[in-house]
Design a protein around this ligand. Structure first.
Ligand code: C5P
Length: 219
């Protein structure tokens, strides 16, 4: 059962959270650690791929020399880097937990405590997955992630279609030890025809399963 190679392939991976600046000292973020995306980057590089890793603010380091890392902070910066790097990629794996909303206007000065309440006006960010789904050629593969709290399988399937993905990896939030900050994950892979459930594993092994599935698309 030899591992399938990714030699001569360039794989774009987004990982981690984004930070949306509120004022000079505050941001809107999320609990994504970036561990799953970084594990995917190492797995692809170990199989011979050149990896373009676009990382949000995370506390992680890369190890393999074939990983080219671009650090970004905001959803807009991640969008710009990803759309540019996708042009030369054979596949993109969109693992980042991108903010869905950002500040309509970032405050130049620290917002002072005053009044009874504070309302922040937000506007939608660009959907990187949807943009790449539109730009995708018949040769390029696109993989997304879904983390749902309700009706997870139906919602994942809707995203698969809407964003024109080749497959989507559903993370379960209902499992102890799975998801965001943990070292383990339990996934289900969904494509247009089928669902493939996997047992709870550490993220290195989960990355292997996901990349095996991706390699199958190139055959
Ligand atoms: O946020 P949502 O559940 O729609 O995310 C599903 C997929 O879309 C994930 O792969 C995520 O990385 C990607 N996404 C993105 N850009 C966004 C929002 C989500 O690439 N602005």
């Amino acid at each position: 059962n030899a591992q399938q190679s990714l030699a001569e392939k360039t794989i774009l991976i987004t990982a981690g959270p984004t930070y949306e600046k509120i004022d000079p000292v505050r941001f809107i973020g999320n609990y994504s650690s970036g561990k799953m995306g970084f594990a995917l980057a190492e797995e692809c590089a170990a199989r011979g791929a050149k990896v373009e890793l676009i990382a949000g603010p995370v506390n992680l380091t890369t190890h393999h020399p074939n990983i080219v890392r671009t650090d970004v902070e905001s959803a807009q910066q991640m969008y710009e880097a990803a759309t540019e790097k996708f042009k030369k990629a054979n596949a993109a794996i969109l693992c980042a937990a991108v903010a869905d909303f950002t500040m309509a206007q970032t405050a130049c000065e620290k917002i002072k405590r005053q009044g009874e309440s504070l309302t922040l006006e937000l506007q939608p960010t660009q959907d990187i997955a949807a943009a790449l789904g539109t730009a995708k050629t018949s040769q390029q593969k696109l993989v997304g992630f879904a983390l749902e709290t309700t009706d997870e399988h139906n919602n994942a399937r809707l995203k698969l279609k809407k964003k024109n993905l080749d497959f989507i990896v559903l993370n379960s939030l209902n499992d102890k030890g799975a998801g965001f900050q943990y070292d383990t994950n339990r996934i289900t892979i969904l494509n247009n025809d089928k669902e493939f459930p996997y047992p709870l594993k550490n993220k290195t092994e989960v990355a292997r399963d996901i990349i095996d599935f991706l390699c199958g698309l190139f055959e």
